[in-house]
Structures are given as C-alpha cells and as structure tokens.
Write a protein that binds this ligand. Structure first.
Ligand code: GLN
Length: 531
C-alpha cells in the first residue's frame, strides 16, 4: 500500500488555525483511514508540564498521552482515537538521538541534524503510518515556516518527497485587508511561499485566511506567485464556527482537487454535519454559562470545554454563550453569577482562585443554578459540601492545605511515591462503573463508560459515608469501587461533577451526556428565571 501524505504548514502568522484546517482536510477524507501527526519544535517532551498560558490547553488522549491541543480539533472532527506518539516534539526526537548515540548505535560517526535527526523523523512518520494501517497521513508542522526550530521537520518532509513518497503540501497563510484602501494584500503570502520554496517544498495548495472571502484579484495574484493554478488557491474567510470549514472547503472543490492529487476516489457526504452546523448558526435559544477559572486571560485555555458545550448545543438547538469569570478575588462572586443559567468549574491545579470557585459552587447549589464540575471542579464541590452540609468547617484538599483537619480530598495512594512531574499523573482512558438508579444511569444508559482522566488527587474514601449520609450521591466509581469518579445531588435541577474530563471525548457528532444535560437544565433555568 503506497503511503499518501498531506503536509500542512503555516506562514505569516501563527494561530491561524492550522489545526482546524488539518482536521477539516481529514474530515473530507474520512472514508479513508486517516492518521493525524503533529510536529512541534519545542524541546519539552510533551506539553504536559506547560502552563496553559504558554501553550493553551493540554489535551489528554485515551492512551494517557498529554498532547498538543490540535489533537482536540482532530478528534472532535474525525472518528479517530489519536495516540501519544502521533505528537512529535523536538524534545522526543533529540532524546532518542542522544540515547542512541550513548548506546553506540552511531559508533564511529559524527551525529548530525542531517541525516540522523531527519532520518529519525521520517522513520517515526512512516512507522505511525504503517502500524496504523493508514491510508492517508496528515502531518501538521507547528508554528510558521520561518521558525528556526521547525526547520528540521520541513527538511524531513522535503526528503520524503525526494524519496518518491506522495506528499501534497498545503500552506496556510494570512491575507490582511488594509483598511485605508480596503484591499486584500497578498505580499505576506507571496513571501511565505518563497520561504517554503527555500526549504525545497513547492506548495500544491495555498489556503488563505482572511476576514472576507478572497477576491478574484487576490486569488490570481497568489496563484501566479505560488506557481499553482487559480483553483488551488483556497479561501478560508472568518467563519462563525470552526465546524463550517469542511463545508467551506467542499464548496471550493478543495476535496476533489486534493483527492485527484492523492489518487483517491469518492467524496464525503456532509449532510448530517451541515445540519448540526446550521443548528449552531441558528439556535432556538441562547443560555448564559459561566466558567470560573484562573486561566481566563487566554481564550484557548478551556477550548475543549467550550467545544463540548457547542457540540451539546448543536444537538439541542441551544447556543451556549460562555463567559469566563476570574475567581482569584473571592469576594462578590454571588453578584458576578447573577443572570447566568449554568456554571462550570473546570479542571485546574494549585490554590489560586479555589476559594472563589468554592463560593461559586455554593451559590449554584443554594440557588438551583445548573452546575457541572470537572476534575478539580468535582473536588471543590465535595469540599463545599463537606464544609457547608457536613459541618466540617475547614474541609480542604491536601493540594491546597497540607495540614487540614479534614482532608476530604487527598493524594491518590498510587501518587504517593511519585517525584517527577512529566507524565506521572493518573492519565488517560479509564472505566467508570455507573450506579444504577441515579441521574448518571439515566444519562449514560450503560453500566460502564470510559472517560479520560488527568489528576493526582481524589475524594478521600474515609469521608464518603458521611458525605453520602448528608445527601451527596457518588454515581460513578472505578469498577473496584475505590475511586469516586462521578457525583450528583438529587433534588437539585442539575448538580453533577466528574473526576474525569468529559470534554476530551466530546465530538460534534457525539456530544457528552453531561454537557447535554447541563444545557437542557440551563434552558429550563432560563425560562423560570425572572430575567
Ligand atoms: N489538581 C487536581 C488533581 O491533581 C485536579 C486536576 C485537574 O483538574 N485536572 O487531582
């Protein structure tokens, strides 16, 4: 089986949405087995140890991999379960090269970027493709074509083409509109294509991100300066929802042209997808959801949660309007929450902002505001309940107060000897046994579900009987019953929290029940609310 590749690179600016472009290309080819490979130039092994301010959200895969958030886009668009080694970083590559050098694998040789590092990269790409029995491999190179740290990935791609592998190169650029003349300016795109040519890679397609659809004039200029035909210049205007992009591409016959170049027949029918997109664009109702977190300054910090809400909303015809609320200053949280129809407390680490989040949870519990807690959100909901319903005034997590008298949340026993930080949490897909007769059982209609985790702390089993006695229901646990994984409060319109991250497995075509129920409850809240 010949290997077929689509190389996705970017230029002019970073943050143009290469991940969404790659995911959309995958969507248009999804009748074939697609693997999505992301190459990041940084020297970290993975983004797991990075602050969301640095790198946006850390996405967690089923196999426990902590990977670039573009994998979120790939999995939300495509029927795939990505694997950790599909995310290549310079850190991973160099670690292997240095280990090989020490072992003596290169004995007698000078170890060099070319050929040793480029060989390692090509070998990894090919191994992934072959092992997954892929029919199309999409390789996205992070950053922009001018970046020094990504040079080696471009060089590996150039060599692969030279070695006769079929590789279609798609280059994403930005076309600014100069306000004073109201004209789309293509010069930055032309220069970015020149940089690609310097790396020895002629793009087959140039995708131009711009506020408006590309004018004929701009399209012709880009084609001329990029040595490609006009129809291979693809317009990527600003759109209301990222899920529109495969439709925008299909309208321009991008999929047909890509398939011709790759030698693949067929076409994807996107009718059902389009219906969901239409629901996002024309919702019946709008609800206001507050997300209380500490990384509120960066819009990508909670991207999977936002997308999971959009997925659920698309199925209900409800549009979630999301507001991020900073809780570092706990005072006045009640008044900040007034007017919202639902509250989400997302995952997080460290003490900052936690008292404010606990205050927000108390408000939601006492004011019948629909509430969903995620990971840290569940731990804080348990702390709030212990303090205010079980009379354990200084209940806390040992993450925030090592000496608390009532450690209702404490370190998982398996975490106690752990000293290093990289990839050492309880990570990845795990089974959750659902307790029958609960709201969770109604939602999931299954005795077990599998969801993804990323945590070190858990609800302290010693306090479970007391919490239950006071009315808290643990509706999901590990099959052996030792770790509490899902909780709910009966009698409240919607009050649920999970130790897992349902946002990492939600797809547009398969929303997660917890987000669906939150939005249903929020829509009801909207009706009864006096606003
Ligand atoms: N800090 C908490 C823990 O490690 C929660 C983690 C999270 O929200 N992902 O258990």
């Amino acid at each position: 089986m010949p290997r077929r590749w689509v190389l996705v690179s970017g230029g002019v600016l970073s943050g143009l949405g290469k991940g969404v472009v790659s995911a959309s290309i995958g969507k248009l080819l999804q009748d074939k087995r697609v693997v999505t490979i992301k190459c990041d130039g940084y020297l970290n092994i993975d983004p797991g140890t990075m602050n969301p301010f640095e790198h946006g959200e850390v996405f967690v895969l089923d196999d426990g991999g902590e990977v670039d958030m573009d994998f979120g886009h790939y999995e939300r668009f495509l029927p795939i379960k990505a694997k950790r080694d599909w995310n290549l970083t310079s850190g991973k590559i160099f670690q292997t090269i240095i280990e090989k050098e020490r072992r003596g694998d290169f004995l007698g040789k000078t170890v060099q970027i070319i050929p040793h590092v480029t060989d390692e990269i090509k070998q990894r790409w090919r191994n992934i493709f072959d092992r997954e029995k892929a029919e199309v491999g999409i390789i996205e190179i992070g950053g922009t074509v001018g970046d020094i740290e990504n040079l080696v990935f471009f060089e590996a791609a150039r060599q692969m083409r030279l070695e006769g592998e079929q590789m279609v190169a798609v280059h994403l650029t930005y076309v600014p509109i100069l306000d004073s003349v109201g004209e789309q300016k293509t010069k930055p795109t032309q220069q970015s294509v020149v940089l690609m040519l310097e790396r020895g890679i002629q793009p087959d397609f140039v995708v131009c991100r711009s506020r408006d659809p590309l004018s004929d004039n701009a399209r012709h200029k880009v084609a001329l300066f990029s040595n490609i035909s006009v129809e291979n210049v693809i317009s990527n205007p600003d759109i209301q929802t990222v899920y529109e992009l495969p439709l925008v591409f299909q309208k321009q016959r991008f999929d047909i042209l890509l398939r011709e170049k790759l030698g693949i027949k067929g076409r994807i029918e996107l009718g059902a997808w389009k219906k969901l997109v239409d629901n996002i664009l024309k919702p019946k109702t709008k609800v206001r959801i507050a997300i209380c977190g500490k990384y509120t300054a960066l819009k990508d910090s909670y991207i999977s949660i936002k997308e999971a809400l959009v997925h659920a909303g698309a199925h209900l015809g409800v549009m979630p309007e999301i507001t991020l609320i900073e809780t570092t200053e706990p005072a006045g949280i009640d008044s900040k929450l007034k007017g919202f129809d639902g509250l989400i407390i997302p995952g997080g680490f460290g003490n900052r902002g936690c008292e404010g989040k606990i205050g927000a949870i108390q408000y939601a519990r006492e004011h019948s505001m629909p509430f969903l807690g995620l990971c840290l959100g569940m731990q804080l909901a348990v702390i709030e309940f212990a303090r205010n319903k079980c009379n354990l005034k200084d209940a806390n997590s040992t993450e925030f107060s090592a000496k608390t008298k009532h450690p209702v949340v404490f370190l998982l026993p398996t975490q106690r000897g752990v000293k290093t930080k990289g990839a050492t949490m309880r990570l990845g897909g795990q089974t959750v046994a659902i307790k029958q007769g609960t709201k969770a059982a109604d939602i999931f209609k299954s005795k077990t579900i599998s969801r993804r985790f990323r945590h070190r702390y858990e609800v302290n089993p010693k306090y479970v009987p007391l919490l239950q006695e006071k009315g808290l229901v643990f509706s999901g646990m590990t099959p052996s019953g030792d770790i509490m994984q899902l909780m709910e409060l009966p009698g409240h319109p919607f009050f649920m929290a999970s130790q897992f991250h349902p946002e990492f497995t939600s797809k547009l075509e398969q929303p997660d029940g917890l987000f669906v129920e939150l939005l249903k409850a929020a829509a009801k809240h909207l009706k009864v609310d006096s606003r």
